[in-house]
Design a protein around this ligand. Structure first.
Ligand SMILES: [Zn+2]
Ligand SMILES: [Zn+2]
Length: 81
């Protein structure tokens, strides 16, 4: 008699709290991501050279704030109205 232990059926927990990239639409891992300064959308940003995360935005400089800002590809290339 095999004893049924209380293993839940839903081992694959839906990752509802993970957002998707506004550029490529793939899921973000919550770490290698950042949000766009202009549209506020989250996109992939690899923090290390050997990361396999795509870079879906660009680092730009904010002339007024004299700070480094992140822009998604759409905003960087002016594709967003
Ligand atoms: Zn992406
Ligand atoms: Zn943007």
């Amino acid at each position: 008699m095999a004893e049924q232990t209380g293993i839940p059926d839903n081992l694959e927990t839906p990752e509802n709290d993970l957002e998707s990239c506004v550029i490529c639409g793939d899921a973000l891992d919550g770490i290698q991501e950042t949000s766009c300064q202009m549209c506020g959308g989250k996109f992939h940003q690899p923090w290390s050279q050997d990361s396999d995360v795509p870079q879906c935005g660009r680092i730009g400089s904010h002339e007024d704030a004299l700070a480094i800002v992140f822009l998604c590809d759409d905003c960087y290339f002016g594709r967003r109205p």
